[in-house]
Design a protein around this ligand. Structure first.
Ligand code: RP5
Length: 169
């Protein structure tokens, strides 16, 4: 007897950024999701250069099956906040550091959201944590993923403990 067909597993996380120049920072989010076997999609969705497409992306994300959006941008970094204004999904903002101002402009553009429109902002350049946070959001409703997250946390504890052991030796 043939096995019942499995539903196709589409992307659960959208990783978007204002420009392909953000990718060297943002790819750490993708790597983190790879480590947890979380399916994701990647795209450039510029808030300023393709505003209508950006709104459409945010408006359609939940219906397309995404559970969270990771949005990275630099400078006048309005992408995460604008997406958060048009989607009910959790949005994680990644401030991308550019040539000037050390990423403080990106951070402040993303973190200072008005009440009612939350963006979970990670540190400047903190795309890996953005990926891990998205995995945690999914893990809340995925027992297998929750187990993998606990194992990952235990590995962090072991690594830190080893470092202390080596210093003391
Ligand atoms: C922002 O402008 C992008 O997120 C990027 O960080 C920055 C520069 O973009 P490019 O000029 O490199 O395309 O909107």
């Amino acid at each position: 007897m043939s096995e019942a067909p499995q539903p196709a597993r589409g992307p659960l996380v959208g990783i978007v950024m204002g420009s392909d120049s953000d990718w060297p920072v943002m790819e750490a989010a993708a790597q983190a999701l790879d480590e947890f076997a979380v399916p994701y999609e990647v795209d450039v969705v510029s808030a300023h250069r393709m505003a209508h497409a950006m709104v459409a992306y945010g408006e359609q994300a939940a219906e397309r099956g995404l559970k969270a959006i990771i949005a990275g941008a630099g400078g006048a970094a309005h992408l995460p906040g604008m997406l958060a204004s048009v989607t009910p999904l959790p949005v994680i903002g990644v401030p991308v550091p550019l040539k000037y101002l050390d990423g403080m402009d990106s951070l402040l553009s993303i973190v200072q959201m008005p009440a009612g429109v939350p963006v979970a902002t990670v540190s400047i350049g903190g795309a890996r944590n953005a990926g891990l946070l998205a995995a945690r959001i999914l893990a809340a409703h995925d027992p297998e993923l929750l187990v993998r997250m606990r194992e990952f946390q235990e590995s962090l504890t072991e690594q830190a403990t080893d470092k202390g052991r080596r210093l003391r030796a």
